[in-house]
Design a binder for this molecule. Structure first.
Ligand SMILES: O=C(O)CCC(=O)C(=O)O
Length: 264
């Protein structure tokens, strides 16, 4: 399942990540593996493959974020127009990918030995659809965690282009720290920190993985093309992180009690 190892995550990668809040990790998924992962996403949406503990959200009929459909434990209809699927660590192939040796190395450096996952999710902009995702940092009281994760790995399953709703980022904005306790950025902060000259289109090739600091400002638009724009995004965090309300921890990806299969 794991494609050719592109190299170690070393100090030079760390320095770029530290400076800009993101770094491209290269193509970690081969074309064959990509086809399998994309087929799995489609099978999940069409109800051909099912797991417990997942969440599905259909893309809305309007591109506005405020009109999103509720999330459900199973697909509410057979459709490729799901915007988001959560709980991908339930799927063996996505789990193996989530436990890629490069991710082990990165999480060991930034988190430690015991690492869990929050939001192992597919973010899809269905063909000709998509929802405007406003500027945000990947933190927030709404997440209900007892601490804020800082390490997300986002992988393009399709080519990401300006036309199909590639992410936009403000490199270096993670250095601003947490702008507010909510997920979304205020108009005043957008004006101050995300003006056109600050913004970069994070286009990517299919199979490319990108390490993203959760505090880096990012957004994405709609998909004006005839193909889907699918990405896999997983926030890694210290396995001691718990949900504030329930006190429950999250699925472990690396270290003791990691979901199987796991790398050493
Ligand atoms: O894939 C996207 O368009 C945005 C993803 C995102 O915001 C995330 O992974 O945190």
């Amino acid at each position: 399942m794991i494609s050719s190892f592109i190299g170690l995550y070393g100090d030079e990668h760390h320095e770029h990540f530290d400076e800009f809040g993101y770094i491209r990790l290269g193509k970690l998924v081969s074309p064959n593996e990509l086809r399998d992962l994309c087929d799995r996403v489609d099978d999940l949406m069409m109800g051909h493959v099912t797991y417990d503990d997942m969440k599905f959200q259909l893309d809305g009929n309007s591109p506005g974020y405020s009109k999103l459909a509720p999330r459900s434990a199973a697909p509410t209809e057979k459709s490729l127009n799901y915007r988001r699927i959560d709980g991908l660590y339930n799927d063996p192939d996505f789990l193996v990918y989530s436990q890629h040796p490069v991710f082990r190395r990165i999480t060991r450096r930034y988190i430690g030995e015991h690492v869990s996952a929050f939001r192992a999710m597919i973010m899809n902009k269905p063909a000709g659809l998509g929802t405007e995702l406003p500027w945000h940092q990947d933190i927030g009281e709404g997440w209900g965690l007892d601490r804020n994760p800082t390490v997300t790995i986002w992988t393009a399953l399709d080519p990401m282009t300006v036309d199909n709703g590639a992410m936009q980022i403000v490199p270096g904005s993670h250095k601003l720290g947490i702008l507010n306790k909510g997920h979304y950025t205020s108009e005043a902060d957008i004006e101050a920190h995300a003006s056109a000259s600050d913004v970069v289109d994070l286009t990517a090739e299919a199979g490319e993985a990108i390490l993203i600091h959760n505090w880096m400002l990012h957004r994405s638009g709609v998909n004006d093309t005839t193909g889907p724009r699918r990405a896999y995004s997983i926030a890694y965090m210290d396995a001691d992180t718990v949900a504030v309300e329930s006190g429950e921890p999250f699925p472990v990806i690396f270290g003791e009690n990691a979901l199987r299969p796991a790398v050493s």
